[in-house]
Design a protein around this ligand. Sequence first.
Ligand code: TYC
Length: 132
Amino acid sequence: MGALPMGVDRMVFMASKTPIPAPVAPKVRPKDDDGGSVVLERRTQKTKPPQMYQVVMLNDDYTPMEFVVVVIQEFFNKDRETATQIMLKIHLDGRGVCGIYSRDVAATKVEQVQQAAREAGHPLQCVSEPVE
Ligand code: TYC
């Protein structure tokens, strides 16, 4: 160190700035490269959309068509025309998709249909299955 001013035997340094907050972790990973600089490399997308489930209604020989139409209207929010088309598709093909939902919602729809069928004394069945 060079000469101090006359009468001063030591220098005292004090922090004069407010502390800088710790940096927030970035959503990208730092990667050391050759030059000693830090490159931020974007992480490849890791979140996937959730698996969806279709609620499939099954045909049987006993449940009245009218009951099926009303169930599809009530629990799958279809208008009467759409509900009738779905019911006829089930009647002809043996099964038909009434709606596609997240897993929990699909499971609830199945429960609601089964409960309504049980209470009305009909053997109507439906199941939930993953789409694709
Ligand atoms: N097959 C039934 C009948 O002829 C009608 C029916 C349609 C039943 C769809 C179930 O999921 C069903 N009465």
